[in-house]
Design a protein around this ligand. Sequence first.
Ligand code: K7E
Ligand code: CUA
Length: 623
Amino acid sequence: MKKWIPIATGLAAGFVAATIAFANVSPSLTTQASNSNTKSDAEKVYVPYGQKDEYYLFDSGGHSGQLFVYGVPSMREIRTIPVFSPDPATGYGFDTASKKMLGGYTWGDLHHPAISETNGNYNGKYLFATDVGNSRAAVVNLSSFTTKDIINVPNTSGPHCAAFVTQNTEYLFLPTRFAVPLGQEYQPLDQYSTKYRGVMSALTFNESKEKLNIAYQVALPPWSYDLSDAGKKSSGDWAVLTSYNTEEATTTLEINASQADRDYIVLFNWKELAQMVKDGKYEEVNGQKMIFPEKEKGGIYLVPVAKSPHGVDVTPDGKYFIASGKLAPMMTVFSFEKAFKAIENKDFAGERNGIPILKYKSVVEREVNPENALGPLHTQFDDKGYAYTTMFISSEIVKWNYKTGEVLDRVPVQYAPGHSVAAEGDTASPQGKYLVSLNKMSKDNFLSVGPSHPETMQLIDISGKKMRVIDTVPANPEPHYAQMIRADKIHTINVYPKDPSNPDAVYKQTDTRIVRKGNEVHVYGTAVRSRFTFDHTAKRPDSIEVNQGDHVFIHLTNIDFDEDITHGFAINSYNLNMEVQPGQTNTLDFIADKAGTYPLYCTNFCSALHQEMTGYLLVKPKN
Ligand code: K7E
Ligand code: CUA
């Protein structure tokens, strides 16, 4: 995201001048002073002890591969949810199930969380996210705040343009940032225009099994796809995504992908695409159903847009989509209705890669160009019909009316906002009230921690005519996008209910046992304040003895059915660690390849006798 701050050659002179201005003249002290918070601001963000926040904020952790959960307006961080990266604090990526889900990857790049929707509004049940780093998608259950499934998406590279869900969570679309040869086979870069493709994947989610599934894919031209949004109401069957590098440059994109005056918004009808798949209009590519638009017409169109757009956002009424041109200082409002009419009348201006191009003039509603506002990236909405667009380069939020183009207010933020997120601000019913600016730089806002500074989040009160920054907090890398949902829509469980059908679960200490099957040793144990029981008949029920080379499975059930009593399970020097939440059964498996004596212990401080919650793993040497 920071890539276009340096002075890029070949851009419009005004843009270059502004870029330099941004880089050299730090507005820090003056804007900060005029923007510093007052006692009444402090009162607005103060949530007294014993009271709860009004909103949950699910903030992307970028290349940490995690998701950070905050309360709004207090901006207190409540939880880290590991999604694409292992997390020792919860044993995520260590226990058998989550280790398998991570598939050997040790990091991910999570950009855009998306909460599941019903009729275009958040339903509070699940959250989806994609991994730009290793081309995966994940689903988080919001009743337990845990990751339930991760799927590798073949034929694709870097699904940045995701996740966004259709208005009843029918599909989750994953267009890619990087074009690659299908299947990522070797192809020289000279063959880029003919052999490389950007691919959009359509995923479905099976709620009863909590599993993601790839329904079909579309082989798009070899461009970079940046962001996307699903239609709503009258545009509910449609979705839009931005593209850049339609120049198909293969080197020095900073310059070469900014040559053409126009790139495209891809507009597609997902119901038509699903029908094409049903009608067999696809080819099998590495086990996936792939639609090739140059062979099978229909369902996909291109809308010319000012060069190198970044975000595209559908208005809450579903009537318009707004593209923000990171290199053209302008928000362009397009009309779905006009686009549908143009498609009906075949009012095309040629095609690219077999995809019809709609005429800009036939689809555009208006261009909005606030004076000296530079680097528009992403737009959110409030309950009054206003739009809020982040300006990365001029470091501000611009409030405007998308129906008239009138600019209503501007507020400086510190500094370089990427996305912002308003309360349910990308749904059919935005709440207004709060907007959080997700800033890429904090400069001198906090105590120094060396050359690299934290990112920041700024809470903005948008309830009045004028926006007002009421809080500034440091943020973990890297806040790309977030979702802000009313707290009363999230229904968490207190403890995991007993599951008698789970063969690994043991709910009574008298049922604990150690079963050997050849080289496999299965331990069915319990954790309760403050002891482990692995085999209640043994002389020392809290120790496990195996032979070197055994494949050991520790199936552990937390039989403390009390909220907040989580036990950990770690084996000293074996690099093993997992947690069992109240009522939960979890399995850790490993090869006991090191002979010796290894203390095992509970890692979560669970009672006054937590330090006593220990035992031994004894690994008898071979021979
Ligand atoms: Cu940082 Cu949405 Cu990945 Cu824009 S993205 S800022
Ligand atoms: Cu169980 Cu500490």
